[in-house]
Design a protein around this ligand. Structure first.
Ligand code: DC
Length: 223
């Protein structure tokens, strides 16, 4: 349901810590709109590669981000409403999961002008109603005012195994290090966030725990 002040559930955490799977399950269960902010950074990384903009040239990446033609669209599929960023009328769903894009994304995400643009765009998602937003800086930077903050993590071995099971061979340690050490809005645990280490948990167990916590906190009027 739409409330006067939409509720934002912020789910941050390391790569392959189960953010997407669990954020989708939570959004579906509550009827909230799912927002994958990593997909937005990936879309910009893909667009840089497409336009032959050097991802190590922060000025050029920032300039491209300021002028690209984008639109947020909320779509419903398989009972899940989700907001996606379209560029030139296109959402590069497959392209953003390709290894070239994954390797480029944390460089693009470290550019201050990009983070400023993303923060505004991500805050604009509130136009769609209550949100479950996953990323790295949602509780610390994008919606620091929300009371619903979660931080997911799992051991590096478990996270690497999860990516491998999806057929993706990626240097997660290197990406985590770049995400945690950048100067602007680095990955960190937000003050007051509930930390869940799900190394030994299934997604059913993780999402049940998240839902239990959220429902305990929700005002009676919207439960
Ligand atoms: O969650 P993901 O793997 O799709 O994220 C892709 C990259 O984008 C990741 O390296 C970190 C970055 N990112 C970020 O810096 N801030 C966010 N809110 C979301 C993702």
């Amino acid at each position: 349901m739409k409330t006067k002040h939409p509720i934002v559930i912020a789910i941050d955490g390391t790569s392959a810590s189960g953010k997407s799977t669990n954020a989708k399950l939570v959004a579906k269960a509550l009827g909230y709109v799912y927002v994958d902010t990593g997909a937005m950074y990936r879309t910009l990384a893909w667009y840089c590669l497409l336009k032959h903009v050097d991802i190590h040239d922060a000025k050029a990446v920032g300039a491209l981000c300021r002028k690209w033609k984008t639109k947020l669209e909320c779509q419903e599929k398989d009972g899940l409403r989700a907001a996606w960023l379209f560029v030139d009328g296109y959402f590069p769903e497959k392209e953003i999961r390709m290894p070239e894009t994954a390797a480029a994304v944390s460089h693009v995400a470290a550019v201050p002008a990009v983070r400023k643009w993303m923060k505004q765009t991500q805050r604009d998602c509130i136009q769609f109603g209550n949100l479950v937003m996953e990323g790295r800086d949602i509780g610390t930077n994008v919606f620091p005012e929300t009371d619903y903050k979660f931080y997911l993590d799992a051991s590096l071995a478990e996270r690497s195994a999860r990516r491998a099971a999806d057929g993706v061979n990626e240097n997660l340690a290197a990406r985590d290090q770049r995400d945690s050490q950048r100067a602007v809005a680095p990955l960190m645990i937000a003050l007051g966030a509930k930390v869940i280490n799900n190394s030994a948990m299934t997604s059913e167990q993780t999402s049940s725990l998240l839902l239990e916590e959220i429902r305990r906190m929700l005002p009676a009027s919207v439960k």
